[in-house]
Design a binder for this molecule. Sequence first.
Ligand SMILES: [Zn+2]
Ligand SMILES: [Zn+2]
Length: 261
Amino acid sequence: MSFPGPPVPSRTQQLLRPVWQAWVDLVYPRLCCVCKVPVDEGWFCEGCAGELPMVEAPYCKVCGEVYEGALTREFRCMNCSGRRLEFEFAVAACHAEGAMRELIHQFKYERRLHLRGALAALMLRTLEEEPRLARENLAEWLLVPVPLHRSREAEREFNQSWELCLRLSRLTGIPAAKALLRTRETEQQAGLSRNERLKNLRGAFAVRPAGRWRAEIKLQGRRILLVDDVFTTGATTSECARVLRREGGAEKVVVITATRG
Ligand SMILES: [Zn+2]
Ligand SMILES: [Zn+2]
């Protein structure tokens, strides 16, 4: 897998960075984002890093559902057999359990925005380790967030998926664009059956019309990494993928999330 990588800092930035970092560390010592012990680098102490509920193979080749037990061949799980999912496949960094569930909650509902760095770092590891992306030149791909409805975004003051996109873009150099719009509010998906979820989402997304902000971004023929914080049944991401492909002409859509519920 290849991607451009983070932008090269200018000479001045290179000179000033250690000074700046030392000052920041003095004022805000780096702490493990789970247990808050000081760490020299990264987001987690060794103990917490070792206990993160990472998603590990074998998992469903479409939706990423983990299979408990030994399995050497590819499989498709009960959740998605007999169902048309519009994305190529979905991968997640972690299970939404324990410390990860807590981090997502703090990030999303308590405005702990700095946690996007920790979540994006875990997502990057998942991208780098994904064998199905090994031959891809991700520099030609596009990071697209699952959109929130305008009123929901106004209430929360940010879109968590866009924050993850921006951070992933900064780590990898892959361009990011808010290519989708959520055109109507949808009822909460929790508690709905699979069919009800799909019905609930029909017509809820559209390709954002080209404007000043995305004059350069072309979706036609593009390969897309669709980004979200949590993957549950795949109904939302599948509907976004459908719109990106049918309306936007995207070639294919791969879903990457920080967690799966
Ligand atoms: Zn820790
Ligand atoms: Zn599956």
